[in-house]
Design a binder for this molecule. Sequence first.
Ligand code: TYM
Length: 324
Amino acid sequence: MKSETIVSGARASGKLHIGNYLGALKQWLELQKKETTQCYFFIADLHGMTTSFNPKELSSNTLDVAATYLAAGIDPKKSIFFLQNHVLEHATLSWVFNCLTPLGELYRMTQFKDKAQSEDQANSGLLTYPILMAADILIYKATAVPVGDDQTQHIELARTVARKFNNRFGKIFPEPQTYMRKPLRIMSLTDPEKKMSKTGDEALLMDDEPKEIMRKLKKAVTATEGGKKSPGVENLFLLLEHFGTKEQTDYFRGQQKNDSLKFSELKEILARDIGNYFVEYREKKQELLGKKEYLAEVLADGANRAHKVAAQTLFEVKQKIGLL
Ligand code: TYM
């Protein structure tokens, strides 16, 4: 008996990095193993259009992220795995939620404020991004949403939307919980005050070979300002805790205490550990990228299964709100 419904996804806006892996994918793999959960994992291709994109990149990013999910261990027999745009009900429900949400609630989202600043001309999809996210989650009546720390404000909005809908039209939606083993935010290598994101040398990709990891780590900022703990160094320790052993962490923490931390040694070990961690993943991914037809089949099957549930929820919603 499945007592929990898990929903999550990642944008199709570039290759996934180790922040995406530790913040999201790793949790998904744990949840997928449980007998009591039904998981829905999708690729947020519609969200991939909220910042500047081009058609060629959008489709290749989508396939790349699909291969990443499968190579990392998402099992399409256990979990429902699909593309967001293939299940049309997401967009319809998102429209309904748009019409229930005051603009002010969207303008205060920190991700909107950050991203709108770095776009030449922010589009309205960037503003309504969390509404589509609420629809992605609520269309399957999710009970929990595994995400990294940066998404908690969006999940809170999904809870608000669910509550508002239920109060006004009658209960349909559970209020989904944010699922996090531990709030996790991996920081950018080059600007460790900011979270790691998908651009440039600031991110270690799941696909990076050890040499490439080392090249990027060499540039990682480790400077300390005014005697404060350096966020760049703490970020490296965070990675070591996840990819290395406890002995390694203790060893380098010891060096740090004595003011004798050897960054080159720490970075070398980290590059080796991260590279090794993803060896099998990288091989599987290469194999999958050569099987485009298989990927398409698996995604079509997932969309079919997702659609059945989504259509039923949308039917209930339409009845409640008076859409014929
Ligand atoms: P995206 O692609 O930006 O991120 C995918 C997942 O990775 C997590 N993440 C991080 N975790 C720790 N440290 C980081 N530096 C870091 N960067 C990203 C994110 O928290 C996320 O869990 N909007 C979503 C995609 C989405 C979604 C949904 C998620 C669309 N609809 C419905 C859950 C439910 C996003 O952030 O994608």
